[in-house]
Design a protein around this ligand. Sequence first.
Ligand code: FPP
Ligand code: MG
Length: 328
Amino acid sequence: MKPSLHEALQMDIHRINREIENIVKYDKDVPRTSVLARSVLRLIRSGGKRLRPIMVITGSRFGTASTGRRQYQLAAAAEFIHAASLIHDDIIDRSDLRRGAPSLHTQTGVAEAVHIGNYMSARVVELLSMYTADEDRFVHDLSSIATVQLCLGEYNQLQHAYDYDLSLEEYLEKTRCKTAQLMATCLRVGALSADADSETADMLYRFGESLGMAFQIEDDILDFTATAAAIGKPAGSDLRRGQVTLPVLFALEDAALAPYIRNIHSGVAEEEIEYVLRGIRSGGALAKAEKMREDYLQEAMNAVSPLLSHPAFGQLEVLHRYFGGRAA
Ligand code: FPP
Ligand code: MG
C-alpha cells in the first residue's frame, strides 16, 4: 500500500495531533467539558491531511537544531489557523459539507460557529506571541497570516464575485493571500525555528508559495472535473457563487462562450450554469489552467535547486510529488 505523506516523510503524525489537541486541552480559560472546547476538538478530529503542520516540520529539517517541542507547537498553530479559516469559509461559501461531513455551522448554527472561528484565531495569535522570543520575529509572520492575509484574500474574493473583468494578476494575488502564503510561511517558520540560515528559509518560502499556488489552481480545476463525492461539494460550486477562478478566466477568452459566462449572476437558472459548465469542460480552458499549475510546480523545484545536496532535500521531493500527483 502507498505510504501516506507523513509516513513517506517519517513524521510522527500522532505527535502533531497531540499538540493540536493540547491547544484546546490546556486552555486555562475554556473548560475541557465546555461546548466550546468539545466543538473545537470535534472539528480538529474530523480529519484533514495536516499539510500545513507537515510543512512546518519539513522546514525544520533544514535547520541546524533538531526538531523538537517548539516545532511541533508551531506546526499545531498552523493547523489551528487553517481550521479556523475553514469554519468561516464554509459559512461564507454556504457550504454544508466539509471533508464529506456536515460543516461546523450546520451543527452549531452560524452565530456560534463564527464565535468558535474567532476564538480559535485569536487564541492562536496569543499562543504565537508566547512562543516568540525577541530574536524570533519570524513567528509573527504566522500571526499576520491568521489575522490579516487570509482575511484580505477572502475579502478580495468576495469583492470580485461575479466580476468577469478580474485580471489574471488580481486572481493570482488573491490566491497567494488565501492559500499560498500560509503554506510558504509554514516552511519558512519551521526552518528559522530550527536555526536555518535566512537564504535557505527564503528558498523554502518560495518553494511553498509555488506549491500553494499549484494547490489552489488544482482546487479550482477540480470544481469542473471532479465528482461531488470526490470533492465533498457539488461540482460547479465556485462558478455558481460567481468565483472567477483560473479556468473561468481562460474560458472568458473564448468569444463564443464569454457572453454566457458574463450572464452568470446570483439566482441565474441552473440550465445556464450547466451550459457554461459543459462549455468550460469541452474547451481549452482547463488545459491552460493545468499548464499554469505545472509551471508553478516547476517553479517550486527551481526555487530549491541550490539545496540539492542538503541531506533533507529528499523531503522536498516527496512533498513536491505529493502536490504534483494530486490532480484527478
Ligand atoms: C478555502 O477556499 C479557504 C481558504 C483557503 C481561506 C479562508 C479564509 C477566511 C474565510 C478568512 C478568515 C480567517 C480566519 C483565520 C478567521 P475555497 O473555498 O476555495 O476551498 P474549499 O474548496 O476547501 O472550500
Ligand atoms: Mg470554500
